[in-house]
Design a protein. Sequence first.
Length: 247
Amino acid sequence: MTEHARQIIAIGGEERHDFLQGLVTNEVPTTPGTLVYSAILTPQGKYLADFFMFERDGALMLDVAEPLAQGLAQRLTMYRLRRKITIDGIDLPVHRGTGPAPDGAMADPRHTAMGWRGYGDGFTSDDTDWTALRCTHCIPESDIELVPNDSYILESGFERLNGVDFRKGCYVGQEVTARMKHKTELKKGLATVEVTGEAPVGTAITADGKPAGTLFSQAGGLGIAYLRFDRARGVMQADQATLTLPD
């Protein structure tokens, strides 16, 4: 399964920053030229959608995976109430690459290896194998490793990916996220695994005959797996594929 096409949602109006600041996991950018990675959660702290945020032309732009765009817009509309904001899908091409960043492009905030993102017609995407790059650096993809109404962002690596700010004010799902950060040790989460063979995305993983997780994206002999850390040892099985954790 490859990465999804992208959709841009524009949030306009004088209250746009305060509105979004109270909903999402990261600080909302207030000046152009800054790209921020963030997510919106359920009140129970489960992932709903992740996106990049940037300010342009008097609006906050949200760069979100196309399969999640409608649900995100509906969720934002539900929270809008009487706020003086607008929420619209707009036609703004999304480009990305790993070579030298063109003028006007912004660095992907998740990891330096993920290169740059550019918005508009003045950019050209390169032929980077994004799945292979994600597997190498354990960077989850929307609606693949990141499962709406199921994933938790800390198990998905959002702290490492600069997608959550523990110093900001309240947001939806903050209490659960903060408790996972400060009061528990994560027993499950995403990890890069070495893969011999192939298995469909979503294949169950076993270790010594016991359930040990789920295998997702795969490329170049590596994959991203959601693992039970207490069982993810030695050689694991996912359908016809065998998995091990890197040394």
